[in-house]
Ligand binder design. Structure first.
Ligand code: UDP
Length: 325
C-alpha cells in the first residue's frame, strides 16, 4: 500500500488518481488545513497532522504501508516570509516525524515534493538539477533543508528516495472532479481565470520592468496530471532498484505573465481587465526547467505541451467549481 500525505491537496489528489488508475492501493493522510476532503479519491483516508506523532504512528500500524509519497506541506512563499515558524514546523519537523514513523515500521521508499524554489535567482536558463541552490524564502529553504536530510538519511539508514522539483504546477484533471483550489489563491492562472469569470475586478501584473522580452516574469507551467504521472514513474523506478535521485519537473519552455493573460483571454473568449503594478518581493525574473534528466531516467514526457491546453483544463475546472460548467 502507498501512503500519500497531503492527499487532499492539489498535486496529492491528482497523484492519487494516477496511482488508482494503475491499480495501486492507496491510503491518503491529510490534516485538512488547506486540502479538500472531497478531493480524496481513494477509499482509505486518515485525518492526521504530521506534528501529531502518536496519531501518525497509529496510521502506520493500521495499514500495510510499503512506500510513502509526501506532499503535505505549507506552500505559500509570501506567507513563509511573514510566518516562517509554521513553515519550519510543518515542512521540516512534520517531515522528520514522517521519516521516523517510516523507519519504525521498516518503510524505506520515499517520494518527496520539492520545488524550483530551492534554486533562487537562476544564473542561467534552463536550470539543470546541479544549479546552485540559494532559496530566497523560508518556504524554499524548508525544501532545500529537507532534501539535505533525505540525502543524509539515505547514506546512514538506507532510505531510498526521489525528490521532485516542480516548476509552476498548473491546470486540472481533464476528466473531472478535482482541481486547483487554494484559499486565498496566490497563483497566476487561477487568478486570471477568476477575473475572466467576473469574480475579481482585474488582474494585477506584479512587475513590468523585468529584463525579459515583454518586461514581465517568465515561468515554466507544467500540468498537474503530468506531475502526477512523474510520481508514479519515480516510485516504479525506485521499486525496480534504481538509486535515489532528484529531478526537475517542467516542460522546458517559459511563458511570460502577459502571455498567460493573453492565452487566458483566447481560451475563455472573455475580457480580462489588467492593472500594471510593482514587483512582488522575492520573485525571480525567469524560471525555466531543464527536464532532460527526468526524460532520460524516468522516461517522463509531459502530455500537455501547450499553454493553451493547460489553461483550457484549468478553465473547465473553474467553470465546474463555480457551477457554470
Ligand atoms: N503574478 C502576477 N499577478 C498575480 C499573481 C502572480 O503578476 O496576481 C506573477 C508572479 O509575480 C510571478 C508569476 O505570476 O511572476 C507566477 O506566480 P505564481 O504565484 O503563480 O507562482 P510562483 O512562480 O510564485 O511559484
Amino acid at each position: 500500500m502507498i501512503l500519500v500525505t497531503g492527499g487532499a491537496g492539489y498535486i496529492g489528489s491528482h497523484t492519487i488518481k494516477a496511482l488508482l488508475g494503475r491499480g495501486y492501493e492507496v491510503v491518503a493522510l491529510d490534516n485538512l488545513s488547506t486540502g479538500h476532503r472531497e478531493f480524496v479519491l481513494c477509499d482509505e483516508f486518515v485525518e492526521v497532522d504530521l506534528l501529531d506523532y502518536p496519531a501518525l504512528k497509529k496510521a502506520f500500524s493500521r495499514y500495510p504501508i510499503r512506500s510513502v509519497i509526501h506532499f503535505a506541506a505549507r506552500t505559500a512563499v509570501g506567507e513563509s516570509v511573514e510566518n516562517p515558524r509554521i513553515y519550519y514546523e510543518n515542512n521540516v519537523v512534520g517531515g522528520l516525524n514522517l521519516l521516523r514513523a517510516m523507519f519504525e515500521h521498516g518503510v524505506t521508499e520515499f517520494i518527496f515534493s520539492s520545488s524550483a524554489a530551492v534554486y533562487g535567482d537562476p544564473e542561467s536558463l534552463p536550470i539543470p538539477e546541479e544549479h546552485p541552490k540559494r532559496p530566497k524564502s523560508p518556504y524554499g529553504r524548508t525544501k532545500q533543508i529537507f532534501e539535505e536530510i533525505l540525502s543524509d538519511y539515505a547514506r546512514a539508514y538506507g532510505l531510498r528516495y526521489v525528490a521532485l522539483r516542480y516548476f509552476n504546477a498548473a491546470g486540472s484533471d481533464p476528466e473531472g472532479t478535482i482541481g486547483e483550489w487554494h484559499d486565498p489563491e496566490p497563483h497566476l492562472i487561477p487568478i486570471v481565470l477568476e477575473a475572466a469569470l467576473g469574480l475579481r475586478d482585474h488582474v494585477e501584473i506584479f512587475g513590468t520592468d523585468y529584463d525579459t522580452p515583454d518586461g514581465t516574469c517568465i515561468r515554466d507551467f507544467i500540468h498537474v496530471a503530468d506531475l502526477a504521472e512523474a510520481h508514479v514513474l519515480a516510485l516504479e523506478r525506485l521499486r525496480e532498484g534504481r538509486a535515489s535521485s532528484i529531478y526537475n519537473l517542467g516542460t522546458g519552455v517559459g511563458h511570460s505573465v502577459r502571455e498567460v493573460i493573453e492565452t487566458c483571454k483566447r481560451v475563455t473568449g472573455r475580457e480580462i481587465p489588467v492593472v500594471e503594478g510593482p514587483r512582488r518581493p522575492g520573485d525571480p525574473p525567469a524560471l525555466v526547467a531543464d527536464p532532460t534528466r527526468a526524460r532520460q531516467e524516468l522516461d517522463w514526457k509531459p502530455r500537455f505541451t501547450s499553454l493553451e491546453e493547460i489553461i483550457a483544463t484549468a478553465w473547465e475546472w473553474m467553470l465546474r467549481r463555480h457551477g457554470r460548467g
